[in-house]
Write a protein that binds this ligand. Structure first.
Ligand SMILES: Nc1ncnc2c1ncn2[C@@H]1O[C@H](COP(=O)(O)OP(=O)(O)OP(=O)(O)O)[C@@H](O)[C@H]1O
Ligand SMILES: CC(=O)N[C@H]1[C@@H]2OC[C@@H](O2)[C@@H](O)[C@@H]1O[C@H](C)C(=O)O
Length: 383
């Protein structure tokens, strides 16, 4: 059978731009194959980024303003899909995650969560002339799940190993892990996944704070590497309720965003840290919270930790993780043939492909949903 050419579109909690992957997909589950033909990140304009971050942070806005942001996101996503195809044969399917602006996990057993991704799929289908699957999280949420993380099932089929136990750790704005047991008889039911807490979100905000907005992230972690972490503060921050909550669990900028950073800055005042020390301390919180969650919520430490997402390019953070994990080697998905930068975009291409052939995309043991669900709404090409 001919592989299907699919575009995956994803903009995550960093709101840095649209990660776009053009892939060829074949197979179903264990025989799933994905080839990345092109990958590109198309940044948002500074104004649109500011509006999206404002909306997410609770800035008062009219419904007309929200509609304008929603439309602008859909236009940008459609444009990204058009651009990535230049010089290639056309895709027949798009999987668009959209832009998360709000995420509220279920507050109790009988409670439904809520997650809002802007950039309507119907618009993208119309603008591109390509059938588009979007709104991936809602079906899992309707089944009392968190609607996140959704990448673990894709990780399972692209990165699991017959003998090794692996943690696939994404470090985006928020961090999330997929724990993959070795592929044995009932390995699928033993897969776990959850949001570990802050990835780069607090670090990016702190860099913006110290540079009055002239820089948006700590390139390579060099700035943090020039400082020293303040461990009493890391300990204090680690007492945050989220880190102790057992999975299934998910979070977002609602918890680890600008308000939390302001609290951290206040907590740091008695220690009179300079900016480098503060960044080193925030970076340490990301690293320690990841390892702490493995130690608390996994049967044992994995054989390998494999990183992806923008934070995998932060050498200082990677080194801190390696130090905390001792003899468990830390690498990136690039070393396993899967692009660390575009893995999430690739995952939404796979989820769209699965939706199109009626394969469920969620793992109930990860999201907490009571059953497997077909994820995403299909918007036909209206042209
Ligand atoms: N060279 C680099 N050095 C250090 N950090 C980097 C580098 N490149 C990217 N990053 C970090 O990665 C972030 C973007 O990561 P990514 O695109 O994976 O996030 P996201 O997809 O928006 O988030 P999420 O996975 O939470 O949805 C940037 O905001 C920055 O903090
Ligand atoms: C609501 C939402 O957009 N959540 C994102 C976010 O970014 C990382 C983490 O928090 C993860 O739970 C999720 O994204 C990935 C792609 C997922 O669903 O697997």
């Amino acid at each position: 059978m001919q592989p299907t050419r699919v575009i995956g579109l994803m903009s995550g909690t960093s709101v840095d731009g649209i990660d776009t992957a053009l892939v060829e997909i074949s197979g179903g589950d264990l025989d799933l194959k994905v080839e990345l033909l092109a990958g590109e990140t198309y940044p948002y304009s500074p104004q649109l980024r500011e509006h999206i971050l404002g909306l997410g942070a609770g800035t008062a806005m009219s419904m007309a303003d929200v509609a304008a942001i929603d439309d602008a996101i859909a236009h940008n996503f459609a444009q990204a899909a058009q651009h990535i195809q230049i010089g290639h044969h056309r895709a027949t399917l798009i999987g668009s995650h959209g832009q998360t602006v709000y995420h509220r996990p279920p507050q109790g057993l009988e409670e439904l969560g809520y997650s809002c991704q802007l950039g309507r799929g119907a618009m993208i289908a119309h603008l591109t002339g390509i059938t588009t699957v979007s709104n991936f999280r809602i079906a899992d949420i309707a089944a009392y799940g968190h609607g996140a993380p959704l990448v673990p099932k894709v990780d399972a089929y692209l990165l699991s190993h017959p003998q090794e136990e692996r943690c696939i750790q994404n470090i985006g704005g928020i961090g999330n892990v997929t724990y993959l047991p070795a592929r044995s008889d009932d390995w699928l039911s033993q897969i776990r996944g959850w949001d570990t807490g802050p990835g780069n979100s607090l670090l990016d905000l702190a860099v913006q704070h110290f540079t009055s907005g002239t820089k948006s992230y700590d390139n390579n972690g060099d700035w943090a590497a020039s400082g020293t972490p303040c461990y009493p503060l890391v300990e204090q921050w680690l007492s945050h309720q989220y880190f102790h909550l057992p999975p299934p669990k998910s979070t977002g900028r609602e918890l680890f965003g600008i308000t939390y950073l302001h609290d951290c800055l206040q907590d740091a005042q008695p220690y009179q840290l300079n900016s480098a020390d503060f960044l080193a301390t925030i970076t340490e919180l990301t690293a320690v919270s990841i390892v702490h969650s493995y130690d608390n919520f996994l049967p044992r430490r994995p054989h390998k930790v494999i990183l992806c997402g923008g934070g995998s390019r932060n050498s200082y953070l990677k080194n801190r993780l390696q130090l905390l994990l001792g003899n468990v080697p830390v690498s990136t998905t690039d070393e396993f043939g899967l692009s660390a930068a575009f893995k999430e975009a690739i995952a939404f291409a796979v989820l769209a492909y699965w939706r199109n052939i009626n394969i469920p995309g969620n793992l109930p043991a990860v999201t907490g949903a009571y059953q497997e669900m077909l994820l995403g709404e299909i918007h036909d090409n209206y042209r």
